[in-house]
Write a protein that binds this ligand. Structure first.
Ligand code: GLU
Length: 294
């Protein structure tokens, strides 16, 4: 059975891009009588707010989207995230790091999908862990153990996993046992997600998630990276720019079901457009390129 999810981070109000992402996930499940889950990714203690989570539930109901079961709180999974991080420590796959953002920016020589690539300063050093530290994946060692990996995107086809473009990514944060990459990978497995739908802005992250699945022996779903709603300047719709939030539209009395129908039909408010889905990101090769065809 197809199981999908919408997994917003309650760091701010949802906007039209979230509505589109939620509709894609919902419809992908419902068109094949699958399950659609809602997971509130609320582990960022500094930025998550209860009122944004509550508003997100209201927004989805207003759009006419129904999810199966209770909304899942990612914060209820913290013990599982910590357990997986412990396992990676025992297996010698992560190391502690105390570098600050500024130190990394000053020492980095490469840019990756999430910003400057960590130059490996703390790798192989004796870093005290009596104070909070970040835990970084030893990417070279992880790749040595996993061997070459591929993943399947419903739009892009077969993709060669290229997690090395991230360098030694953070898997355990100073303030939370699981970074986005570790938490989302573990939770998608725990929730039995079979098709991970999300926007193209997270396409590259999937390289890391596929590697973590291999290292932790987790099931491998397929992915569906849809296009993003873009502003006229080609930029991703930002939370605080452009059109009003879903909550503002809802509170102004707009018809949510009608808005959802428009988005499904590819009619976007204002001068928003839909970007391409499924292909992009450094180091990715679609199936046609793998087989040597144009
Ligand atoms: N919580 C993430 C976000 O709001 C999305 C997680 C995912 O779909 O992988 O950006």
């Amino acid at each position: 059975m197809i199981v999908t999810r919408f997994a917003p981070s309650p760091n701010g109000p949802l906007h039209l891009g979230h509505a589109y992402a939620a509709i894609v996930a919902h419809d992908r499940a419902r068109e094949s009588e699958g399950r659609f889950l809602l997971r509130i990714e609320d582990i960022d203690g500094a930025r998550s707010r209860g009122e944004f989570a509550e508003a997100a539930l209201e927004d989805l109901r207003w759009l006419g989207l129904d999810w199966d079961g209770e909304a899942i709180r990612q914060s209820s999974r913290i013990a599982a995230h910590a357990g997986a991080l412990e396992r990676l420590k025992h297996e010698g796959l992560v190391y502690p790091c105390r570098c600050t953002r500024a130190e990394i920016a000053a020492a980095a020589t490469q840019m990756g999908p999430d910003g400057p690539v960590y130059p490996g300063t703390c790798r192989g050093q004796h870093i005290a862990t009596d104070r909070p530290v970040a835990w970084r994946l030893d990417m070279a060692e992880a790749l040595r153990r996993s061997g070459p990996l591929t993943w399947q995107d419903e739009i892009a086809g077969m993709v060669r996993a290229a997690p090395e473009i991230f360098g030694d990514v953070v898997l355990g944060r100073k303030d939370a046992p699981g970074s986005y990459h570790l938490a989302v990978t573990l939770d998608d497995a725990a929730d039995g997600i079979t098709v991970v739908t999300r926007g193209m802005d997270l396409f590259a992250s999937t390289h890391v998630h596929r590697l973590l699945q291999a290292l932790l022996g987790l099931p491998v779903p397929v992915w569906h990276h849809h296009g993003l709603l873009l502003e006229p300047n080609g930029h991703k719709l930002a939370k605080r720019r452009g059109s009003p939030s879903l909550a503002q539209r809802r509170l102004a009395g707009e018809d949510g079901a009608a808005l959802a129908r428009q988005l499904r039909a590819g009619v976007f408010p204002g001068d928003l457009t839909l970007g391409a889905g499924g292909y992009g990101g450094t180091g990715t090769i679609a199936s046609s390129s793998l087989s040597g065809q144009p």
